[in-house]
Design a protein around this ligand. Structure first.
Ligand SMILES: Cc1cc2nc3c(=O)[nH]c(=O)nc-3n(C[C@H](O)[C@H](O)[C@H](O)COP(=O)(O)O)c2cc1C
Length: 374
């Protein structure tokens, strides 16, 4: 059963996509992953269709065998700050590894992004793969450390984002009173991996706190997500598989006294869509012709606009996802979805025709969290 009043849409604007060949297509700049003009174009396109948010995945350790996107890509917070200046409503998300980064820096960067964008920032705080330890002076740590670190990281970030109560800053020029110091709070966190005293030097977000997501598949991930985050980025090979993870997430939310409506279950797909099935097949063939070994799997969401709209609607209405994160393998993937599928979803009342709110939380139907001293 659907959980949100309407479907949420996100655009994963990761250059030529999660594949080895997209960069060779004549319609995409070969350097798309580090080409700011490309990111701006994709961001504006997604905003023109009233998408909820932009999304970026990340990688912390690369070698020559990685996909082209991973070999030369922007750091997420930097590019989202730039995109904040070219957009007005769409959410901005950066993925950061809790195994490598320091929570004080990340809390500060994401809350800065939130201020810069006037309440549109979010953080995808992931454990990620252990390979990156070698780049962050943490070679002594291993996979078993990742979830305990993730827990400490999230507790600290949430605490730092609530350094100041909403009305801590008076900034009264006449009386000369800038701050009510009783409304400024330290976190005084002493963990096994991170110790942070605080406070953070940024006032509270207009959306209460930036939106917090995590990504994964395991039981530990479900436990952390339902304890700390506003949503998840997860995966299912079929609608049934995705629905099973979503329902376990919602079961644990309720167990912890939270409402499933106040949470986002996001799934990513890479649709190839045409106005007819035949057109979609031709686009897929264009990509295959770029690959010497013809090994690009056919996307799960594939075919005519009506068929793809039906699939999206089914995944949403069965509760398998609240938000669809679009990736593109074909250089026109996002544009095709926007031109062909979004109008059908809007006509059916599944997706919005106008933004409801100025903040990301508002559009995602997430409540504004009250100040909470940890
Ligand atoms: C949908 C999804 C998205 C992910 N995105 C990233 C990512 O952007 N960067 C990264 O390093 N790891 C990413 N991961 C890996 C996770 O952070 C995690 O290391 C992995 O899923 C193993 O943890 P788990 O057993 O709890 O799922 C992703 C995993 C999933 C399932």
């Amino acid at each position: 059963m659907k959980i949100k009043k309407q479907l949420k849409l996100a655009a994963n604007i990761d250059g030529p996509g999660w594949n080895f060949v997209g960069w060779q297509h004549p319609d995409i700049p070969a350097d798309a992953s580090e080409n700011i003009d490309f990111y701006i174009q994709q961001a504006k396109l997604a905003e023109s269709a009233k998408f909820d948010t932009l999304f970026l995945v990340d990688v912390s350790h690369v070698g020559p065998g990685n996909i082209p996107h991973y070999l030369s890509m922007f750091e997420g917070v930097s590019v989202m700050s730039a995109l904040a200046m070219h957009t007005k409503n769409i959410g901005l998300s950066a993925t950061v590894s809790t195994s490598y980064a320091d929570p004080y820096n990340v809390a500060r960067q994401i809350l800065s992004l939130d201020k810069i964008s006037k309440g549109r920032a979010s953080l995808n705080a992931i454990t990620s793969n252990p390979g990156g330890m070698v780049n962050f002076s943490r070679g002594h740590l291993g996979k078993a450390d990742q979830y305990p670190m993730n827990k400490e990281f999230m507790e600290i970030v949430l605490g730092l984002w609530d350094t100041y109560e909403d009305d801590a800053f008076i900034r009264d020029k006449e009386s000369g009173v800038f701050l009510n110091p009783r409304k400024m709070h330290k976190v005084n966190y002493r963990g096994k991996y991170f110790s942070v005293e605080g406070p953070l030097n940024l006032s509270r977000s207009v959306q209460g706190r930036p939106v917090l997501y995590t990504a994964g598949m395991s039981q530990k991930f479900i436990d952390h997500a339902t304890s700390y985050t506003d949503g998840v980025f997860t995966h299912g090979n079929t609608v049934e598989e995705a629905a099973a993870i979503a329902s376990e997430l919602r079961r644990q939310l309720v167990q912890k006294g939270r409402r499933p409506q106040d949470f986002i279950v996001a799934i990513s797909q890479n649709p190839i869509v045409g106005s007819t099935e035949q057109e979609a097949r031709e686009k897929y063939r264009e990509l295959l012709q770029l690959i010497p070994y013809n090994s690009l799997p056919r996307p799960l969401f594939f075919g005519s606009a009506d068929k793809v709209a039906d699939q999206v609607q089914e995944w949403y209405e069965t509760g398998a996802m609240d938000m669809l994160i679009l990736r593109q393998d074909h250089p026109h993937g996002l544009q095709d979805f926007i031109e062909l599928v979004v109008p059908i979803l809007q006509q059916r009342g599944v997706f919005r025709t106008e933004y409801e709110s100025d903040t990301l939380r508002g559009n995602l139907e997430l409540p504004r969290p009250a100040f909470r001293k940890i």
